[in-house]
Design a protein around this ligand. Structure first.
Ligand code: GDP
Length: 441
């Protein structure tokens, strides 16, 4: 993946005390190859590597200390720049309703995004109305109603037999409805085709004209690789948009399309979608994405997710327990149960720094582990949970029997608990945990 290749290219510099122009050239060549393989657009690659080369040569000429770190810094800054620089927030209208129109190819994830946006808007204290103006795809209206319900948002759809086939009218009617019923944000889902097509483009442009949206979000599947740029350009010419939403960033192709689309269209990426569930969605931060691509770890996102899932008071107590060495298996179990609220654990671990080196372990990671862990811990007595040191052979055998696991399973769990407690103790004291196989960059 892009991330692996870039990390590799930069890791080669790690042992260099000083950077020669030849080092710069070979590193830039590696970066170039990594980007091209990740389907980043050629023009973007040229611009990007040109700037990195220039700045890295400067750094090498200045004979600065720790050149590898400097190059990583440069690459990171340039990545952030290409991804749009500053985070751009959604623009809200001064006079509600704010109108957000979604455009993109069929299957890009527009309808799903409408639900995700609605859920997010509700959480932010808004009263969104979803509008079913995708009357092409047979299921689109029903699908929107389903996600609307999940998100706790109202859905405006044409009455059967009334307005069917006229998405522009539906969109227009919805505006009046929103004003009457005091919805403050209107999200309009529009039709897409499998490929770019003149009729679809005209329809989207007509809806745009009729509703004068505050934001037109171009929704693009990050997995479509090189086609992303062509598609984005076609939509920019046909409808134009104010921002981009990347979907399916949970797939393998992370990076390539993201890097190209923002740069080629000059439009910022506002949101990123990372899964099929409504909660797999977050505002897009160029700096965090760059860190993710460079495997610096997306600590900030991780912390935010942790904060929203954990009760803060609870988190404070746990941190204190870690620091004072009084974290028990009972706490461990509680933590594991809370983890479930935090979305996929794999995704979480993927955001930790150096996680690329843990990929193999990740692939072997099975969320059913939690269930097994629960079974084991629940078969322990309170005394055992509070003080795992008393777990002798016969206690372990009893626990194994009680939970339907083997003694080896029990041993492994206890071992893992001890490791985790040790690692968290370091973190709680303000240190950085050592991830196996990863030295500092
Ligand atoms: P639309 O035709 O643009 O409205 O696309 P849909 O919203 O119907 O999405 C097409 C498919 O992509 C559906 O199966 C969604 O569940 C799936 N999907 C949407 N967003 C994501 C995402 O971020 N990650 C993954 N893995 N699947 C997604």
């Amino acid at each position: 993946s892009l991330s692996d290749r870039l990390t590799q290219a930069l890791a080669n510099l790690r042992n260099k005390g000083r950077l020669s122009p030849a080092d710069v050239d070979s590193t830039v060549r590696e970066i170039r190859r990594a980007l091209l393989e990740a389907d980043v657009n050629l023009d973007v690659v040229k611009q990007f590597t040109g700037r990195i080369r220039e700045r890295a040569l400067e750094a090498s000429a200045s004979q600065a200390l720790n050149p590898a770190q400097q190059v990583v810094q440069i690459v990171n800054e340039e990545l952030v720049g290409i991804l749009g620089g500053q985070q751009r927030r959604l623009e809200f209208a001064k006079r509600p309703p704010t109108v957000i129109m979604l455009a993109g190819l069929q299957g890009a994830g527009k309808t799903t995004l409408a639900g995700k946006l609605a859920r997010w808007l509700v959480k932010e204290g808004h009263r969104p109305l979803l509008v079913a103006a995708d009357l092409q795809r047979p299921n689109a209206v029903t699908q929107l109603q389903v996600v609307g319900e999940q998100a706790g948002a109202a859905v405006f759809a044409p009455e059967p037999g009334n307005g069917v086939g006229n998405p522009v009218r539906v969109a227009k009617d919805s505006m009046r409805f929103a004003t009457d019923k005091q919805y403050d944000v209107v999200v309009i889902d529009t039709a897409g085709r499998l490929g770019v097509d003149a009729d679809m483009m005209k329809q989207a442009a007509d809806i745009r004209k009729a509703t004068d949206p505050d934001e037109v979000l171009f929704v693009i599947d990050a997995m479509i690789g090189q086609d992303a740029v062509t598609t984005a350009r076609a939509f920019q010419d046909g409808v134009d948009f104010t921002g981009v939403v990347l979907t399916k960033l949970d797939g393998d192709a992370r990076g390539g399309a993201a890097l190209s689309v923002a740069s080629v269209t000059g439009r910022p990426i506002l949101f990123a979608s990372t899964g099929e569930r409504l909660e797999d969605f977050e505002p897009f931060y160029p700096d965090r994405m760059a860190s993710r691509i460079l495997d610096l770890g997306d600590i900030l996102t991780l912390i935010e997710q942790a904060q929203s899932a954990f009760d803060e008071e609870e988190a404070r107590k746990v941190a204190e327990k870690f620091a004072t060495d009084s974290f028990t298996l009972e706490d461990f179990l509680k933590q594991m149960q809370q983890l479930r609220n935090m979305g996929s654990i794999k995704k979480m671990i993927g955001m930790l720094p150096g996680a690329k080196g843990m990929r193999e372990q990740l692939d072997n990671f099975d969320e059913r582990d939690i269930v097994r862990t629960e079974a084991i811990i629940q078969s322990m007595t309170r005394a055992e949970r509070l003080n795992p040191k008393i777990l002798n052979g016969s206690r372990r055998l009893r626990i194994a029997r009680g939970s339907g696991m083997t003694v080896t399973d029990v041993n492994q769990l206890v071992q893992r608990f001890e490791q985790a407690a040790k690692m968290m103790k370091t973190v709680a004291k303000g240190g950085v945990p050592q991830v196996p196989g990863m030295g500092p960059v």
